[in-house]
Ligand binder design. Structure first.
Ligand code: ZN
Length: 233
């Protein structure tokens, strides 16, 4: 096998590796999209839970207050029963009237709080149902992505092993040159001449290098675009 042939074999392995890496990378946005959709629902649940918890705290506080004020009314009633004079009776009755007004106000507050809480719990339960539906809906998509990933990773492992074997066939100086030129963005770096021009950028090769290149064994660097050029015999 000539140097050019072994280099082309290596490049073909590298292109296969690149293609698999590209496919694997393309799975990432799909996963991110699934995660993002689920996260939005989780955020809603967290927000709704916090709201419900805050209202429940208010509700407990209000219930305590009502109980406290009812006891006050009972005490007022007892006082009223025990009074001896008209003046005392008037004062106790006024006090009790005041306490009853407070309790009535608090009970009406509690009623509207209970209604509000019911609505909030409904919204929270709705979000929880959304989450369950989302997880069920995503289960298929996630297992598909996982299966694709496993396939590509298996193929990639084999391709990397094949590449290691192919690299041994390329003379080390040429291999170094090739590896230096290649990078993540530029994967196709060994290019056949297109008549007397670079097959990648179409720049004509200098006169003085033509003869050597056309003889079929030379591998030259294109000084314009940086690929390795060879003459396909
Ligand atoms: Zn070029």
């Amino acid at each position: 096998m000539s140097d050019i042939q072994s280099l082309l074999a290596l490049q073909s392995d590298d292109l296969a590796i690149h293609e698999l890496e590209t496919k694997l990378a393309a799975l990432e946005p799909r996963i991110r999209e699934l995660d993002a959709r689920k996260q939005r629902i989780l955020d809603t649940i967290e927000r709704q839970s916090a709201l419900v918890a805050a209202e429940e705290k208010k509700q407990a506080f209000l219930r305590d207050k009502i109980q406290e004020h009812r006891q006050l009314i009972e005490r007022n009633q007892a006082q009223l029963d025990a009074v001896k004079t008209m003046r005392q009776a008037t004062a106790a009755a006024a006090q009790m009237e005041q306490a009853k007004k407070i309790v009535a106000g608090e009970e009406s507050d509690l009623l509207s709080l209970n209604r509000k809480l019911e609505e909030m719990r409904g919204a929270l339960n709705g979000a929880k149902a959304d989450l369950a539906a989302c997880e069920e809906e995503q289960a298929t998509a996630r297992s598909e992505v996982a299966a694709e990933r496993a396939t590509y990773e298996g193929e990639l492992k084999a391709a990397v092993a094949k590449r290691a074997v192919a690299a041994k066939e390329v003379p080390s100086a040429l291999l170094n040159r090739y590896d230096r030129i290649r990078n993540k963005k530029r994967v196709h770096v060994v290019v056949a001449l297109n008549s007397l021009s670079c097959g990648a950028c179409d720049t004509a090769i200098p006169m003085q290098r033509r003869h050597e290149m056309m003889s079929g064994t030379a591998i030259e660097l294109c000084e314009v675009c940086g690929v390795l050029m060879y003459h396909a015999v």
